[in-house]
Design a protein around this ligand. Structure first.
Ligand code: AVJ
Length: 316
């Protein structure tokens, strides 16, 4: 990005943050978790004994990789939404049969290009065409040198769970569009289970999730010049059984005034800022949502305890 466009993007982001802080319940998008330190903290979360999703999803991928790559087929274009440097992608790239191209899509150019160059070193025969884009909006696909026979959108990690039902539907519709004719979607979705297990996963005993949550405000203070008093906040993660989701908040232990951009906010003592939803699905519920976006679930893989699912969906 040029300096001018990145400054314009920064202005939009400040506007978006201010918008969230004006809501009846103050909220900040979970995308602001992921500065460098936030990405490192998330990596640390994935290795916590309480945080079951990553290990479970990786196990499902390993156990079923032959079937998965068979469904993806030959000469597919694998388009990863919100790509990280994730192990799950590597499992796919190692086993997939002559992919035409791998297209990682991410809003953060630095991380995207770094991850792409690491993958190029390990998969020298694979064409890798990163796209810098906000994947919630339609974006243009690059032209690979080998014509793909099918597009397969990959969205692991149950990141879909960050979105409310309406927003998740919009996103699935973007995926439907990017998948195109004969296209498919390979997606990770966390499943409903004993709420105690879920709450433990987001309230780890080492306090890494609390630090990850709090780091969002540190990120905003540095990047956007806000002045949240970090020491006053505590981490909260509670399962909402009516909405089938874990809800992360930062609770201010004192009254404080915060300025950001040209605006000023006050937080009452014990007032919270909502920082993340992580929705948990039933297989039926997920299939219904996918169907509303035009997808039919073709295959579902789960672990033996049905904690997590990986699903292969095709355009209806
Ligand atoms: C990256 C959105 C899948 O919802 O479990 C982990 C993020 N937040 N611990 C999740 C997260 C707190 C994670 N996702």
């Amino acid at each position: 990005m040029s300096q001018a466009t990145s400054r314009a993007a920064e202005f939009d982001e400040v506007e978006e943050i201010i918008e969230g802080l004006k809501q009846p319940e103050k909220m900040i998008s979970p995308k602001y978790f992921y500065d460098d330190r936030g990405s490192q903290l998330f990596e640390a979360i994935t290795a916590l004994p309480e945080y079951y999703p990553t290990e479970t999803e990786l196990g499902i991928m390993h156990d079923n990789i032959d079937e998965i790559v068979e469904l993806i087929g030959r000469q597919a274009s694998l388009i990863e939404f919100g790509s990280g440097s994730s192990l799950k992608t590597r499992v796919l790239l190692e086993h997939a049969k002559d992919l035409a191209v791998y297209v990682p899509v991410d809003i953060s150019e630095d991380h995207l290009l770094e991850a792409a160059s690491d993958l190029r070193a390990d998969f020298p025969a694979l064409e890798i065409l990163p796209v810098v884009a906000d994947f919630t909006q339609p974006f243009a696909l690059p032209s690979p040198s080998i014509m793909p026979l099918r597009n397969v959108v990959y969205f692991p990690g149950s990141t879909i769970g960050n979105f409310t039902e309406d927003a998740a539907l919009d996103l699935l519709r973007v995926m439907y569009q990017e998948a195109g004719q004969d296209g498919a979607l390979l997606i990770g979705a966390d499943l409903q289970k004993d709420p105690e297990i879920i709450e433990r996963a987001y309230n780890d005993s080492a306090g890494v999730t609390a630090e990850f949550n709090l780091n969002m405000l540190r990120h905003l203070n540095r990047e956007f010049g806000s002045d949240f008093d970090l020491d006053a906040f505590t981490h909260s993660a509670e399962y909402n059984e009516d909405e089938d989701r874990i809800e992360l908040r930062l609770v201010s232990g004192k009254f404080q005034r915060v300025s950001i951009g040209a605006e000023d906010f006050s937080l009452d003592k014990n007032e919270a800022i909502l920082t993340e939803y992580s929705h948990k699905y039933t297989l039926e519920g997920f299939a219904e949502m996918a169907a509303a976006a035009g997808f039919e679930v073709r295959h579902v893989w789960t672990d033996k305890d049905e904690m997590f699912s990986v699903q292969y969906c095709v355009r209806k």
